[in-house]
Design a protein around this ligand. Structure first.
Ligand code: F6P
Length: 327
């Protein structure tokens, strides 16, 4: 066991994710439970550099459990890639008496967290908060389930209008490097096709399949497209259709940031609560440089390095099942 932790700083960083507030609440309340003071660090690493801190007492996190976004605000802080900036941030932490940090976020957040813990010898534990679900070391990340449900509701709505007009829709969802949202919501919405960054797809085959579907009585179709898919965004695909398959009048719907703003689902609130507590307990028992995750329903700690390096990719089986069912 390391030195006794008396004050934990908590921050949210990178793209916000529904359930981050539930994780903040869990960190604050469990710190209090263990007699540790909790301090909110605003705007992620940006706020750490500026010393934008506020003591969070046990009541300060009342009623945030069910709110989307993050009360601590978030930022993508490129300056934190510089070691002199990290040293300055560490000084601010020491000056405020913060002797350990919980960072809630995704890949970029853990890259910064890893450097901070290694270089500055400050104990840091990460909590996976990203709608992308692309971190190794947790079966699911906080926000993924909520984002899926937001997308699903939108696709169900699009389905109604697509059916009324016998139309083909390309629905673009988030995921610059990750096809999780596209694959899960594609399967759950009965989409005709799924295009993800992890998988090559043939344009000719898609058109052939669409044509066959039309011949067999299919009147409307929805293709879910991850923003980082191999053909480019949904508008680029619409252009390809115009040029090579002009018998279709493709419509595009880009769901954008609405996917990040949903009310956290029961699943995300529970996941965030468990991981917030696991982060504080990990620090209390001397862990550092790791991300708390849930694997097969058990709390596990994975090094930042592995969490970032061994990025999890969408299970082929999800896409395969969606393909079988989309005839
Ligand atoms: O990292 C989560 C994520 O939502 C990605 O899926 C998406 O590509 C990106 O953030 C968008 O980030 P920003 O809001 O900074 O444009």
């Amino acid at each position: 066991m390391g030195e006794e932790i008396k004050k934990i700083g908590v921050l949210t960083s990178g793209g916000d994710a529904p359930g981050m507030n539930a994780a903040i609440r869990a960190v604050v309340r469990s710190s209090f439970y263990y007699g540790i003071e909790a301090v909110g660090i605003y705007r992620g690493f940006e706020g750490m550099i500026d010393g934008d801190f506020e003591t969070l007492d046990v009541r300060s996190v009342n009623h945030i459990l069910g709110k989307g976004g993050t009360v601590l605000k978030s930022a993508r802080c490129l300056d934190f890639y510089h070691s002199d900036v990290r040293a300055k941030a560490a000084d601010k932490l020491r000056h405020a008496g913060i002797d350990a940090v919980v960072t809630i976020g995704g890949n970029g957040t853990f890259t910064g967290a890893k450097l901070l813990s290694e270089e500055q010898n400050i104990p840091v534990i990460g909590v996976p908060g990203t709608i992308d679900n692309d971190l190794h070391g947790s079966d699911y990340t906080i926000g993924f389930d909520t984002a899926n449900n937001v997308v699903l509701e939108a696709i169900d709505n699009i389905r109604n209008t697509a059916m009324s007009h016998n139309r083909l829709f390309f629905v673009e969802v988030m995921g610059r490097e990750s096809g999780y949202i596209a694959a899960f919501t594609g399967l759950a919405s009965g989409a005709f096709g799924i295009l993800i960054p992890e998988k090559e797809s043939s344009f000719e085959e898609l058109i052939e399949k669409l044509d066959t579907g039309r011949k067999n009585g299919k009147t409307s179709s929805i293709v879910v497209v991850a923003e980082g898919n191999k053909w480019g965004g949904a508008y680029k695909i619409k252009q390809m259709i115009k040029e090579k398959a002009s018998h279709y009048d493709a419509k595009v719907s880009i769901l954008g940031h609405t996917q990040r703003g949903g009310v956290p689902t029961c699943f995300d609130r529970i996941l965030a609560s468990r991981l917030g507590v696991a982060a504080v307990e990990g620090l209390k028992y001397g862990k550092t440089g790791v991300m708390a995750g849930v694997i097969k329903n058990e709390i596990k700690y994975t090094s930042f390095e592995d969490a970032i390096e061994f990025k999890d990719y969408v299970d082929d089986e999800i896409v395969r099942v969606a393909e079988i069912l989309s005839i």
